[in-house]
Design a protein around this ligand. Structure first.
Ligand SMILES: *[C@@H]1O[C@H](CO)[C@@H](O)[C@H](O)[C@H]1NC(C)=O
Ligand SMILES: *[C@@H]1O[C@H](CO)[C@@H](O)[C@H](O)[C@H]1NC(C)=O
Ligand SMILES: *[C@@H]1O[C@H](CO)[C@@H](O)[C@H](O)[C@H]1NC(C)=O
Ligand SMILES: *[C@@H]1O[C@H](CO)[C@@H](O)[C@H](O)[C@H]1NC(C)=O
Length: 456
């Protein structure tokens, strides 16, 4: 009798444990994995979710730019966007003159649901034949696929894209990894302006930038080593940007004066991708080029500056900074290069303390610091689609300093305006640059290569 009772108890115990495990497994699949299968959760034990996930994700290339076969469309990234409606926003580049229909297949493990992609080409294509586009894949119900296929009609693709921002869209972090992240689009050619690159990176750090994201097409071999240095410092992330293997890009900004099929190395596609990719990593994202610095005139750094701006403009989600060109042809002779920098190729921004006067009747190529979660689409100089307000920051508060070749050829030296906005930072900048240059020498990075011509 006793044995029989204990066998029963053991049976009960086992069935209890079995039920518990099944229950927990179903909860895990439905809640944690967020995957749903045909036939409802009762089918689940028959299908191992992990295997299906692998099947869906197996052809995810992880490459930054993917050509959709049988189309003139290139895909960069897929991001969940529940802000105005439920959709997956795919950022891409497409041929504007003729648009082939494209489709999104949601990878729902076993089922195949196809919806046509709504193609919304960004308005800032600068007249080039190709332009940045959003491909909007509308979700039909509350299910959210972790992977999607994109393809042209009658041309099923086997290239899968991972859908990003799913977790964060549902549970936005209350604190961000960074306060300021900076997106720099497209470093290309044999870019070798090493000194200015170091100066800009060190200035960004001093100003409060915690991470720089650089879309990298190409650069000189010294510069590549410098990139490695900053990656190791955990200050830089490179996004490979092999756009030139796909499209004849223009190195200018307007068609047809600047030949090519796509505006400036696909700059707007990179910037939009950068915003979505980092939307939940950083409180603010800044968009400017490597030869540009947003400098506060009254504050020590961006933290103080943007705190002040946000406090006085609580509804602002985009801060716009006026561009001022500091021509590198005008040199302040009383500020010689420190001895340690003589072997480093590139521009020393400290020596260029005069700016061109701006013509108020001309459009100013402003640059931005924005709250990425309020931005839907951006151009290079202004946001295109966003919620909240934009605030144009007066020059007496901050300005964008652009250290480059003269923009207005007719301006003579005596017409330039002296501007010492960089002065409060100069001593610290020299020390920081000395330290980097010293470390690079230790690593014996330049040597023979410092004779390469400087691309400014
Ligand atoms: C999904 O179904 C559509 C038509 O119903 C088909 O054209 C497409 O190739 C299918 N996709 C996949 C990934 O099986
Ligand atoms: C992945 O790609 C291979 C070869 O291109 C193809 O045979 C396979 O069906 C694809 N797998 C999936 C899950 O689409
Ligand atoms: C780029 O331009 C060259 C010369 O005009 C042309 O032969 C080539 O097909 C173009 N490539 C692409 C991808 O459009
Ligand atoms: C050059 O820099 C020095 C030191 O900062 C400054 O006093 C001087 O005014 C500048 N020279 C010119 C020509 O502006």
């Amino acid at each position: 009798m006793k044995t029989c009772a204990s066998v029963k108890n053991v049976c009960k115990l086992f069935s209890l444990i079995f039920s518990m495990i099944t229950f927990l497994y179903v909860v895990y699949i439905v809640v944690v994995e967020k995957t749903y299968l045909p036939g409802g959760p009762f089918m689940l034990p028959l299908l191992r979710s992990k295997e299906l996930k692998t099947l869906c994700s197996s052809n995810w290339t992880g490459e930054t730019i993917v050509h959709l076969k049988n189309s003139r469309t290139y895909v960069i990234g897929a991001y969940l966007d529940l802000r105005s409606r439920s959709l997956i926003r795919v950022i891409g580049i497409t041929y504007r003159y003729e648009q082939e229909p494209l489709f999104c297949d949601f990878c729902f493990h076993g089922t195949n649901e196809t919806v046509p992609a709504e193609i919304e080409i960004h308005s800032d294509h600068f007249q080039f034949p190709y332009g940045t586009t959003d491909l909007l894949c509308n979700l039909k119900d509350s299910r959210i696929p972790q992977y999607i296929y994109l393809h042209a009609a009658n041309y099923p693709s086997n290239i899968v894209f991972k859908v990003h921002n799913i977790e964060q869209m549902h549970n936005p972090p209350s604190r961000f990894e960074y306060d300021f992240l900076l997106c720099i689009s497209a470093l290309f050619g044999s870019y070798n302006n090493v000194l200015q690159f170091i100066q800009s990176m060190e200035m960004y750090r001093m100003l409060g930038v915690q991470k720089v994201i650089l879309y990298h097409t190409d650069s000189s071999s010294i510069l590549k080593q410098l990139l490695t240095y900053y990656i190791k410092q955990n200050f830089l992330e490179l996004i490979p940007w092999p756009i030139t293997t796909y499209i004849n890009v223009s190195s200018g900004w307007h068609y047809p004066e600047h030949p090519g099929d796509l505006h400036y190395y696909g700059q707007t596609a990179a910037l939009n991708d950068c915003i979505y990719r980092n939307m939940y990593r950083s409180k603010y994202i800044a968009l400017n080029d490597i030869d540009e610095l947003i400098l506060p005139a009254r504050h020590k750094n961006w933290n103080e500056l943007v705190d002040y701006l946000q406090h006085s403009n609580p509804d602002a989600s985009v801060f716009i900074f006026e561009n001022h060109v500091f021509p590198v042809t005008f040199v302040n002779q009383s500020k010689p290069d420190p001895e340690e920098w003589k072997s480093v190729p590139g521009v020393n921004i400290i020596r260029h303390d005069h700016r061109e006067p701006n013509d108020p009747s001309e459009v100013n190529p402003t640059k931005l610091i924005l709250n990425p979660r309020d931005v839907v689409r951006t151009s290079v100089h202004t946001p295109l689609d966003f919620s909240g307000q934009e605030y144009r920051v007066p020059r007496k508060i901050a300005q964008l300093c652009h250290y480059r070749q003269p923009k207005k050829k007719e301006i003579t030296d005596d017409m330039l305006i002296e501007d010492y906005i960089l002065s409060p930072f100069e001593n610290a900048l020299v020390e920081r640059v000395n330290s980097v240059v010293g470390q690079l020498e230790l690593l014996k990075l330049e040597q023979t290569e410092n004779l390469l011509p400087v691309a400014v």
